[in-house]
Ligand binder design. Structure first.
Ligand code: AMP
Ligand code: MG
Length: 492
């Protein structure tokens, strides 16, 4: 049996914050995907884990020694409404390992069967959505965006009943931790303040060790999480990523992107773009993500308030504690804008001497132009780098009316830095996980058990910044009618 050097601090230090629980055994484990690069990063024995042992391990049938699977408790605001008890309804934290760099990483299952938090759910997951986590997580990683990643996907050989009968699978997910805003909300709402404090001290030790033992550590934690999320969402905005279900249970303390359910990439630029089948109000629309992240940080601040105030029933203490928390919620906007604008400066290839107000006007007018002419977000940014070298034709092809583009280019050109194109090509990917390509790959894997399209797409997504002729088909936008009809789903 392959060994994994587990060291399980959550299970050891936080009794009462989880339920020990075993994964369900499945009928016929088969490894569909194994992430060699990530395994190497974690110091795992890839050769051993790729074999039959790996199928049994990653389906949940045979856990390596040292695993202590637990279902974590958490709550969450879902579409604005508070659900006091969510928790790992189909997931288990299997254990933690220290990676090659000494960083602690969670190894968790998703789709490993019912738990005490399952409510009405079956605890299961299907092949398509779990391979989707692989594709989008690896795409985000290759784009340089903080993310949870898939280590393995094992088919279970069992059916999963959704609108259709689907083949079942278990995902093994690696994360800096699975602490969420909703984890804090769970204990705050139950007024279990000792546990809330233990949780906060644990989060600080794990993610913000510079704050350990300092008197200002809880407000420091709020600030650190707000900063990470402000930067993360800026990165999303600059590659056109739409998370799709930014509930507080899907917002990490670590600053990693988590839960690739109804996510999508924007095609023709539109701040109102929303693909989730249940997001009728556009709460989680592309252009609304910073607002929502800030709203979630406000919920995090509320959950921390008992610790910030010392005594939640002392009105004066609460008022004193709320003021610096409010400042952080306000500062979120500033931090996000700064990260967004810095990213846009790189994407625009601007000289350092270009004043911020000019950079802002150029960025806003550029996006307005993309919106007005429904230009493809990814290709337009990318071809702007060609325009920086004087080759404007490929960019012009994306615009129905070339006149406003020409006027904008005339304003932009004098603001460019020397040799801008190379920098711009590192800031704007050529290839993103196009929705229609993702669906095509998942349909082949799920319906026909053909992993070829999935593997080819994954290989392409690992090189998003290289214009590789053999990947050209993946860089093509979807037909507009396909994007107009595209729907994504939660809880799949
Ligand atoms: P998600 O939409 O994956 O972020 O999940 C939200 C909540 O629903 C979490 O508490 C999940 O554990 C739970 N959940 C989602 N799908 C299932 C399922 N098939 N069985 C049990 N719980 C589920
Ligand atoms: Mg979730």
């Amino acid at each position: 049996m392959a060994a994994i050097a587990f060291d399980n601090t959550y299970a050891r230090e936080l009794p009462g914050l989880y339920v020990p629980w075993q994964p369900a055994a499945v009928a016929a484990p088969r490894l569909l995907y194994f992430n060699d690069a990530l395994a190497a990063e974690l110091g795992l024995d890839a050769a051993a884990l790729r074999g039959p042992d790996g199928a049994a391990i990653f389906a949940g049938n045979a856990l390596p020694a040292g695993a202590e699977p637990i279902a974590q408790a958490y709550a969450g605001h879902q579409f604005g409404g508070f659900s006091p008890q969510l928790g790992d309804g189909r997931a288990l934290l299997v254990g933690e390992v220290l990676d090659r760099h000494g960083a602690r990483r969670d190894i968790a299952f998703k789709g490993s069967g019912r738990t005490p938090f399952s409510r009405g759910g079956d605890g299961k997951a299907a092949v398509g959505p779990m391979l989707r986590e692989v594709l989008i997580g690896e795409a985000m990683h290759a784009l340089g965006i903080q993310t949870t990643r898939a280590l393995a996907v094992a088919a279970t050989g069992e059916p999963v009943y959704r609108e259709r009968t689907l083949p079942g699978a278990v995902l093994t997910r690696v994360a800096a931790s699975h602490l969420r805003v909703g984890t804090f909300e769970y204990f705050a709402a139950r007024r279990e303040f000792d546990r809330l404090r233990q949780l906060a001290d644990y989060a600080i030790a794990r993610h913000d060790p510079a704050l350990i033992g300092t008197p200002e550590r809880y407000i420091g934690l709020l600030r650190a999480v707000a900063r990470r999320q402000a930067a993360l969402v800026a990165q999303w905005m600059n590659v056109g990523f739409i998370h799709g279900v930014m509930n507080t249970d899907n917002m990490t303390i670590s600053g990693e992107t988590i839960d690739y359910g109804p996510c999508a990439f924007v095609e023709a630029y539109d701040p109102a773009a929303v693909f989730s089948s249940i997001d009728h109000g556009g709460r989680y629309a592309f252009g609304n993500q910073a607002r929502i992240a800030r709203w979630n940080i406000a919920r995090f601040a509320e959950a921390l308030l008992p610790l910030l105030a010392g005594d939640i029933d002392d009105a004066a203490a609460v008022e004193r504690a709320a003021a610096p928390a409010m400042e952080i919620i306000e500062a979120f906007v500033v931090w996000h804008e700064a990260a967004l604008r810095a990213g846009q400066r790189a994407k625009l290839g601007l000289a350092d001497a270009t004043p911020d107000d000019e950079a802002l006007a150029l960025a806003q007018d550029w996006l307005a132009l993309l919106y007005a002419q429904q230009a493809d977000f990814t290709l337009a940014w990318r071809r702007l780098a060609d325009a920086a070298t004087g080759d404007e034709a490929p960019l012009r092809d994306l615009f129905a009316d070339p006149a406003p583009l020409a006027a904008w280019l005339a304003r932009w050109r004098p603001a460019l830095r020397p040799g801008a194109a190379a920098l711009m090509r590192r800031a704007s990917p050529w290839l993103i996980a196009r929705n229609h390509r993702v669906e095509e790959a998942l349909a082949a894997a799920s319906d026909d058990a053909d992993l070829g399209p999935f593997e080819r797409l994954l290989a392409a997504l690992r090189r998003p910044y290289d214009e590789t002729p053999e990947h050209a088909a993946y860089a093509e936008p979807a037909p507009a009618a396909v994007t107009a009809a595209y729907r994504t789903f939660c809880g799949t």
